[in-house]
Design a protein around this ligand. Structure first.
Ligand SMILES: Nc1nc2c(ncn2[C@@H]2O[C@H](COP(=O)(O)OP(=O)(O)OP(=O)(O)O)[C@@H](O)[C@H]2O)c(=O)[nH]1
Ligand SMILES: [Mg+2]
Length: 351
């Protein structure tokens, strides 16, 4: 079955929602909701309000509409907790901005809107409170907002929403290994998991991971690897602590061609490796992107050997103790040592 995805994104803008004649409706990519569907529009607005009032009863933070003035060009937008409702067979998830704008997502019926709660809230606050100052006066501006949100949420659904493993396995007979894969952004973690899972690599594939990307990969007769591919961007690193529980092995990835970020990388490495709850857990260090290291065919081995020593010194790997560990150079792009990653994971876990 196809994975269900975001269908549409819409935005209602009006002075008073109750008075539909002043309401403007924007929609992307198609006009699912039209001002002539008064009934539907009313249901969405009242449904959203109702749920919000309930939230308020539960002592949720909520600002009354009259306290806010949208025309004040402050960049401080108040974003409400999204509300899920099914109306006329549409699976709708709405949030309200400053009490005067409703922005909504329409998903497939099978989709669980709450899977998108975090990304929806994060994107809105990123776009409205960290980026350009939106006035919501300009149609083009509103359209751009909808398009960029649509693309981001769609991509997120495509890549990140956890799908149940499609493979059947037997916990008793096979090894089930949870792999905690971490490292700063853009080192190639998600590319590695894709490469192992599908065999594919795409240079143009560039979508920073936002949630946990969990992929189950079955290796015949050996067992199942559950890769917990962590988001590497600074803002998301605090989530690592949730992801690392019960890991059987931790895999740390470095972009060896990007030495400018070694210092940052090293700090994150030791933050995790020094944790008491991970003591004794085997560790695999993957130095990725060897294809970007310029060298002639002949001197390649020497070059990598030299690099290994440099990494050792810089990252202080000699201080790793009380655990089995290994370091491996890879190129997800050229497939260099990708099989060895799997082999090393099984070896380290077995020892
Ligand atoms: N040249 C080269 N590029 C690579 C290699 N592996 C990954 N890339 C590229 O590096 C970029 C980042 O890759 P991702 O897999 O998204 O990185 P990530 O570590 O998952 O990043 P976050 O999700 O933000 O933590 C992409 O453009 C990849 O195509 C490699 O071995 N060689
Ligand atoms: Mg990633």
């Amino acid at each position: 079955m196809e994975i269900s995805l975001l269908h549409n994104i819409f935005l209602f803008k009006g002075k008073k929602f109750q008075d539909l004649k002043d309401l403007n409706i924007y929609s992307y990519p198609n006009d699912i909701i039209n001002i002539n569907d008064k009934n539907l529009v009313n249901l969405i607005i009242t449904g959203h309000d109702q749920a919000n009032l309930n939230n308020k009863d539960k002592k949720d933070k909520y600002l009354s509409i009259s306290n806010l003035d949208l025309n004040k060009k402050s960049n401080h937008y108040k974003i409400d907790k999204p509300v899920a409702q099914i109306i006329n067979d549409l699976n709708i998830y709405t949030s309200c901005i400053n009490g005067k704008i409703i922005i909504g997502l329409i998903f497939d019926k099978e989709d669980n809107p709450y899977d998108y709660k975090e990304i929806f809230e994060e994107l809105l606050s990123e776009l409205l409170n960290n980026g350009t100052v939106y006035s919501f006066d300009d149609e083009i501006e509103i359209e751009n907002l909808l398009i960029s949100m649509f693309i981001d949420i769609r991509r997120y659904g495509d890549e990140i929403i956890e799908k149940p493993p499609k493979i059947v396995y037997n916990y008793q007979q096979e090894l089930f290994i949870k792999v905690f894969l971490f490292g700063i952004d853009e080192v190639g973690k998600t590319s590695l998991v894709r490469r192992i899972k599908t065999g594919e690599f795409n240079d143009n594939f560039f979508a920073p991971t936002r949630k946990f990307n969990i992929e189950y990969i079955e290796k015949q007769e050996k067992g199942v690897l559950a890769f917990w591919d962590m988001p590497g961007q600074q803002n998301f690193r605090k989530k690592w602590l949730i992801g690392l529980q019960d890991s059987n092995i931790i895999v740390f990835m470095i972009d060896i061609a990007n030495q400018i970020r070694f210092e940052e990388s090293k700090k994150e490495f030791w933050n995790i490796v020094n944790r008491d709850d991970l003591s004794g857990i085997p560790l695999l260090i993957v130095g990725n992107k060897t294809d970007l290291i310029k060298s002639s065919e002949k001197s390649r081995e020497n070059q990598l050997e030299k690099l290994k020593e440099e990494l050792f010194d810089f990252f202080n790997f000699k201080n790793i103790n009380n655990r089995d560990w290994a370091l491996l150079f890879t190129s997800v792009k050229t497939k260099y040592n990708i099989d060895a990653v799997i082999q090393n994971i099984f070896n380290l876990v077995a020892s």
